[in-house]
Ligand binder design. Sequence first.
Ligand code: SF4
Ligand code: MSK
Length: 628
Amino acid sequence: MDHQDASKSNFSIQPDTLALKEKARQEGLETIWDRFAAQQPQCGFCELGLSCRICVMGPCRIDPFGDGPQRGVCGADADIMVARNLARMVAAGAASHSDHGRDLVETLLAVAEGKAPGYKLNDLEKLSGLAAEFGMAPDLPPEAQAKELALALMEEYGIKKGFLQFTRRLPAARLEKWAKLGIAPRGIDWEISEMLHRTHMGVDNDAVNLLLQALRSALADGWGGSMIATEVSDVLFGTPKPVASQVNIGVLKKDQVNIILHGHSPLVSEMVAQAAADPALLQRAQDLGAQGINLAGLCCTGNEVLMRQGIPMAGNHLLQELAIVTGAVEAMVVDYQCIMPSVPEMASCYHTLFFTTYDKAKFPKAKHLSFSPENGAAMGRELVSQAVENFARRDSARVSIPAAPQAQVSGFSVEAILAALGGTPGPLLDAVKAGQIRGAVGVVGCNNPKITQDYGHVNLTKALIAADILVLDTGCAAVAHAKAGFKVPEAADLAGPGLKAVCRALGIPPVLHMGSCVDNTRIINLCAALAGALGVDLDHLPVAAAAPEWYSEKAATIACYAVASGVFTVLGVAPPVLGSAAVTDLLLNGLEAHLGAKFAVEPDPLKAAALIINHVEGKRRALGLDAR
Ligand code: SF4
Ligand code: MSK
């Protein structure tokens, strides 16, 4: 196992994970680490990107040592194979986020038409801001505005004549770079389906050309589908504001009905949250001997409801099976993405009910309820009701919640950050110019069993804040940081003297939680706002991104749109591209001349921190600011 921890002895740095993993072992239950071990050695061809099963003349593979075949049956060489594989990965990630965004848009339309009881237009200021951005008349009533906006957002998915609207948030210099490379995104679905077309056998066989379309698909996600998901979620459920909450498996309550919300979308989870406050359901829980109904999040659905409702977070990606091993979970409600197919199997070993809610995301052994905007509120009530009834089936002898919860503060949308600064990015820029804050870095992404859980996130972030670099986080990285205690105002003490002073003055932690995976768009929006205020393109900013423990296709897409937007990005796990020297060189070196940004791969978080600090100081120097 390729642990990044020097001790090489642990699966996780988190005590709750380790305790529950041991409980699973004692109970003879299989977890992700067992399956990971069983897969060793993993395929070296696939790891290098040198295998292809795009058509049934294959599967084919290329010998990286030059002794065996150097072309697939169709004649594809290593460069073509690697580029096609990466391109498909990016397209799949873009499709995932963007389809999630479409679900929000459909619900927005249903709300506007009065067909979605339980949902409402929550943030009217954001709604009218978006309506103005799309050129709508300012004096429309909210429902009419929402309807027009929903229809306009649907257009963003199709064959657009022109450009994706949100790209206009970027400086002109960035758009010119994209135009020169031919990567300005058109319709969201257009870019993704063109990517799949071009990677069919016998279409695009130029590795560079393929990678440019991969960047374009990623931009259609970052400045399209994902951004739509974030913005519409804010309209429907409120733009996040700082909120105190808690994190780790200790947020589950021994004496309450525990319901875990897992996946990525807020559409079902928000309805479950509403239903959990229903006095009749609370009374029923009490009648069955529970003290209340307790909700907890996992992964990015957890991030969505944490950011807006302060619902505590049980854990990140590698904790999803183990949360059930507590024996204290009455129901796990999932929507889609990052939900391991093994989870319902684990649930069946306990009394836990595992509910799927989307017709596009069904699991064997699950109880399925089919979500629509029209039935969401009723479904939320049904889910909570079944969870409450299930409390009676809990076996208290099997319950173990091996942690006390850690406090955290969440809810740092761009709007909330600017509000904390007095309404403009000015004070943040002043602190950067004065050198108190050297720069800002988005530390984002998943867990991956190839890496000791949270070791990469926590050690990278610790080193960055100690170097006076503000960290913005999303996704599973955000959970790791919160568990490490980085998300309370007192964590300012872990920061360097400059960042510490700023955090103290504002009463904020040195690591700001900006949300779920689609909410990486909040980070690039903040970058665009800072670049606009400074009058420079994004690649001039002292900023960077890192995904120390990424696993998913979506993370590959996020990394691509970050780089294409001008943000240097360090990956802790190498993508499957090393089989092509040309593709690897393009990603590590070639992109910079055209986009002002590039990728780096560095598994050691301390070395990654050194790379990033060096980059940030270099950008400061180029801006004429003091550099260390
Ligand atoms: Fe093999 Fe070419 Fe088919 Fe890929 S597309 S499986 S390399 S024949
Ligand atoms: S949930 S994409 S494991 S961050 Fe967004 Fe976590 Fe990665 Fe899924």
